[in-house]
Design a protein around this ligand. Structure first.
Ligand SMILES: [Zn+2]
Length: 279
């Protein structure tokens, strides 16, 4: 694999790390036993004894590597690179007896794109659907201008269907949701608080350059357009029209926005958020 700066990480000393807690029973039938090793934060999905070490696992007959990885509890959306016996493979690779399978999350610090084979290509213009438990995150992403639907009122199958149809990245803390076959892009949130989740999504998916703050409705995800004061003045709170001259209306739900005191706080938050990345 020429030009791979992560070579030392990509080819760890398996022999030194292999655990034999699950003794393979090779040859008993055609359910292949393979050795798995998960890296970095993918270990969060594994039970303690399987973390940060190689272990043997008997897979289902004719299992693909995607199926085997999910059977071990790791959603395929969290996986960026799979090496089987040192070669990069896609999710459809059939597990064979004796395979050594190394599974990696997204690499933050070096470029392994020539190696990536698990999915065709990243989504160009990131769009999201957040499950119903991530209402706060959903609003923050909209505040940054990122196209984010809410899964509120939708079943898991409904969320999966919208994501597949519209090419949206599924945001959730429910790993089962990410294991649906039709989900190709997803992000499992580890943080529990909306602001921390926002930082997590921005950094993991490298979204900072996509932010266009205050261009989208936080209530419905519609785009905002400037609107003349006289057109909306009748619906404003008392005296608002005498303090402010610039207004925006949502093309979706009609909600009117102006740069009041709440806006200043949000603007400060956004500036800190984006400058923390840039600086
Ligand atoms: Zn709206």
């Amino acid at each position: 694999m020429p030009g791979c700066r992560g070579q030392r990480l990509l080819f760890p000393n398996h022999a030194a790390q292999e655990g034999l807690t699950d003794q393979p029973r090779a040859g008993r039938n055609r359910m292949p036993v393979a050795r798995f090793r998960f890296y970095e934060e993918l270990n969060d999905f594994l039970p303690g004894p399987r973390r940060k070490r190689a272990f043997a696992h008997r897979c289902a007959r004719e299992a693909t590597v995607k199926h085997a990885i999910e059977a071990l509890g790791v959603p395929h959306t969290e996986v960026e690179l799979i090496l089987v016996n040192g070669e990069s493979v896609d999710f459809g690779h059939r597990v064979r007896e004796g395979d050594r399978i190394s599974v990696y999350p997204k690499f933050e610090s070096f470029d392994v794109s020539p190696l990536l084979r698990v999915r065709e290509r990243p989504l160009r213009r990131p769009r999201f659907i957040a499950d119903a438990h991530l209402g706060g995150l959903c609003k923050y992403l909209r505040m940054l201008g990122l196209d984010t639907l809410s899964g509120h009122g939708l079943s898991d199958a409904g969320i999966v269907s919208v994501a597949a149809r519209e090419g949206r990245i599924v945001l959730t803390r429910d790993r089962d949701l990410l294991m649906h076959r039709a989900v190709t892009h997803g992000c499992y949130l580890r943080a529990r608080k909306p602001r921390e989740q926002l930082v997590e999504v921005l950094s993991r998916l490298d979204l900072y350059r996509h932010a266009t703050p205050f261009t989208r409705c936080m209530r419905c995800n519609g785009l905002l357009s400037p609107v003349a004061k006289e057109r909306i003045a009748h619906g404003l709170p008392p005296r608002t029209d005498s303090f402010y001259d610039r207004f925006w209306a949502c093309r979706g739900c009609g909600k009117v926005y102006w740069q009041g005191s709440h806006y200043n706080k949000m603007e400060q938050f956004v500036d800190e958020l984006l400058s923390s990345r840039n600086g």
